[in-house]
Design a protein around this ligand. Structure first.
Ligand code: C2O
Ligand code: CU
Ligand code: CU
Length: 488
């Protein structure tokens, strides 16, 4: 068995960039391993769409096996299938109920990343689902049109459960977004792309790396679980919904020929003004929607490249697009979109500071799920200042939307506009976020904030906050009781 550690991997990535001249190697499509140069191996898998059945989404988290490297079988986990899960489709205003059944041999949870809901519906470590049981949270969808996702948040086991394949996309639709004329035919000109990197051995084994390092990165880029993915398209205007569902990798995405793209949405939904750019970065947990202009009959590859201050290295293909000779022309992206304006910070906003230290501490403390680190009044707009003292992290806050005000005193990158819920912190950097919290209160159920490099989250780079009735902050208990139900 061939193991690739991070240091070695980074070296391979650099070599991979130089050796992307395709050979006739038949052993599979590899992004960064010079022994297996990338080649198109199979059509991009498009996850099934799942709509509520009588208001209920039924999700079963299960074990299975998948053919990732052609001709081999890999033990994987998934939702309603062996690997990854269906795309949940819901509309703003919908009353939804989830029925999440755990058919795994261990406890799990299911978190709705980016969704605005009460903390006890959030699926964090405080809502464990024991094997053989079903958890049924419900809420009314308050998010506007956006690309969100779901994944386990099991205390100390998130990295491994996501790595094995428990993750899926959520698409929220609303009337304003429907009316604006962006490509919206799912799987035709509106393409979900869940990006995950995995090392898959020649025998199909996909080992989870438990050795301490920055975080697990793989030699293959899978899109929706597809290695060496290509996509045949019959439209010239195509929207991609990218979700970085990787454990640690940061992508810097664009086309091989660096043509311009139009960014139309970030984590929390449409941006008011589309942004023209050639490349954009996505750290773990982040999403972006871009619209690409293609030419009939062409073949072009989406690639990821090294970026300034990013942990990623090298250049390699992610997805090959094959455009039909008679592809139909699509409509241009409008100059304005019905996206929410970026959040600003009132002069008197409460400022909280968070120091990310090593890979396992925030403000000098590791995670403790019985400790309430912060108490936030409902509906508050605050400034969160996050300082990263060492290597790169990706900071995520539950139960809110935020706008990146600045990074090291300068405006964020072009693709970090609008409202987000996850932000990249290159090594030794400080970001300031204008954070809008929701109206719901619950002094005893916390939300999480943490690094979305999943090993760091599991190792303790995570804190908790509760949202309470304004005026009750001082009387809110800082220690949570009744944690007897916790399995970890
Ligand atoms: Cu995507 Cu706290 O998680
Ligand atoms: Cu989340
Ligand atoms: Cu981190």
């Amino acid at each position: 068995m061939r193991k690739i550690r991070r240091r070695e991997f980074l070296g391979l990535a650099a070599v991979g960039a130089a050796s992307l001249v395709l050979t006739s190697c038949a052993s599979g499509g590899t992004a960064t391993d010079p022994d297996r140069p990338w080649q198109p191996l199979g059509p991009l898998r498009i996850p099934d769409e799942l709509r509520a059945d009588g208001g209920v989404f039924r999700l079963t988290v299960q074990q299975g096996t998948s053919e990732i490297l052609p001709g081999t079988r890999t033990p994987t986990w998934g939702v309603n299938g062996p690997f990854l899960g269906p795309t949940l489709r819901m509309r703003t205003g919908d009353a939804v109920r989830m029925a999440v059944t755990n058919d795994l041999p261990e406890v799990t949870t299911m978190h709705w990343h980016g969704m605005h809901l009460l903390a006890k519906m959030d699926g964090g470590p405080h809502q464990p689902i024991e094997p053989g049981t079903t958890w049924e949270p419900s809420w009314t969808v308050r998010n506007t049109a956006a690309t969100l996702w779901y994944h386990p948040h099991t205390h100390g086991a998130t990295a491994q459960q996501v790595f094995k394949g428990v993750a899926g996309m959520i698409i929220v639709d609303d009337d304003a977004a429907d009316a604006v004329g962006l490509p919206h035919e799912y799987g035709v000109d509106d393409i979900p792309c869940i990006l995950q990197d995995r090392t898959v051995e020649d025998d199909g084994e996909m080992p989870f790396d438990t050795e301490p390092n920055f975080g697990q990165m793989g030699t293959e880029i899978l899109v929706n679980g597809t290695m060496g993915a290509y996509l045949e398209v019959a439209r010239t205007t195509v929207r991609f919904r990218f979700l970085n569902g990787s454990n640690a990798r940061v992508y810097h995405l664009g086309f091989a020929d660096d043509r311009e793209l139009t960014l139309v949405a970030t984590d929390q939904g449409l941006v008011p003004e589309p942004v023209r750019l050639t490349r954009f970065a996505l750290g773990p947990g982040e999403r972006a929607e871009v619209v690409a202009e293609l030419e009939p009959g062409e073949r072009v590859r989406l690639t990821t490249t090294a970026g300034e201050g990013r942990v990623d290295q090298g250049t390699f293909p992610v997805l090959e697009l094959r455009v039909a000779d008679d592809a139909a022309r699509g409509a241009a992206v409008p100059a304005e979109l019905p996206g929410a304006a970026p959040l600003d910070a009132p002069a008197d906003a409460t400022v909280r500071t968070f120091k990310l230290q090593g890979h396992d501490e925030i403000n000098g403390r590791g995670a403790d799920i019985t400790r309430v680190d912060e108490v936030v009044p409902a509906g508050a707009r605050e400034v969160w200042e996050v300082t990263n003292t060492v290597y790169a992290h990706n900071f995520h806050v539950h139960g809110c939307a935020f706008t990146l005000l600045d990074r090291n005193g300068a405006p964020g990158e072009a693709w970090e506009t609008g409202q987000k819920d996850t932000v990249h912190l290159p090594e030794k950097s400080t970001v300031r976020l204008a954070v809008q919290f929701g109206p719901g209160t619950d002094p005893t159920s916390p939300y999480m904030y943490h690094c979305h490099i999943l090993r760091h989250e599991d190792d303790g780079m995570m804190g908790q906050f509760v949202v309470v009735e304004p005026g009750t902050e001082d009387s809110t208990p800082r220690v949570l009781e009744a944690m007897g139900h916790m399995s970890h």
